[in-house]
Design a protein around this ligand. Structure first.
Ligand SMILES: [Zn+2]
Length: 200
């Protein structure tokens, strides 16, 4: 029996399917990339932030604190916690000098209140690469110098949604302390009372 050649209709149908398949593969690749984060301030450890400050409220104009504040001397290098693509760098309202990096698992890592962003910051940064320096820019002028570090999932995680003020946003905001690994997590490392007072 003669085989009918593929008509233009069949070819047209295959196009979108291939595009969808390619998109699915890209999405999947992003999700399975390893995400081993490092503490994004040089020389800092779990002692330098208060783990309870994530999702603490009331918190100024933001209402709820959607990241952690890693306290360090002004000018200390801020490092990329994970590798990724620099989406934004520059001045951004309350954040001051900020860098936003799209990393593994479709998560945006947000570094704020920098003293300055590195002038020659490339589009693609490696894990541990210097992004800038710790400062007090934006609305941190009346606080000791610290890095505000937040991690936002572009893929909603509905099981994380909570009740309460802005609880639905928990679908998107990851507790950065969760990512920084058991080594840096406060295992018996209670933050000093001074830090607890500062960051709460
Ligand atoms: Zn903060």
């Amino acid at each position: 029996m003669p085989v009918e050649p593929l008509g233009p209709t069949a070819r047209r149908r295959r196009g979108p399917r291939l595009v969808l398949l390619a998109l699915a593969l890209v999405l999947l690749a992003g999700l399975v990339l390893p995400e081993q984060a490092l503490v994004p301030v040089q020389g800092a450890s779990a002692r330098d932030w208060n783990p309870r400050s994530f999702w603490f409220e009331p918190w100024g104009a933001s209402g709820v604190h959607k990241g952690i504040d890693i306290f360090a001397a002004e000018g200390r290098p801020v490092l990329a916690a994970v590798p990724g693509l620099v989406l934004y760098r520059g001045e951004l309202g309350r954040g001051g000098q900020v860098v936003a990096v799209l990393g593994p698992k479709w998560r945006v890592h947000y570094y704020a209140h920098l003293q300055q962003v590195h002038a020659g910051l490339p589009r693609w940064v490696a894990r541990g690469q210097a992004l800038g320096s710790v400062g007090r820019s934006g609305n941190a002028a009346d606080k000791p110098p610290h890095l505000h570090y937040a991690v936002v999932s572009l893929v909603p995680l509905p099981w994380r949604a909570a009740s309460g003020n802005q609880g639905w946003k928990r679908m998107f905001f990851i507790d950065p302390g969760e990512l920084l690994g058991p080594a840096s997590r406060a295992e018996g490392l209670a933050p000093s009372p001074r830090l607890a007072a500062l960051s709460m």
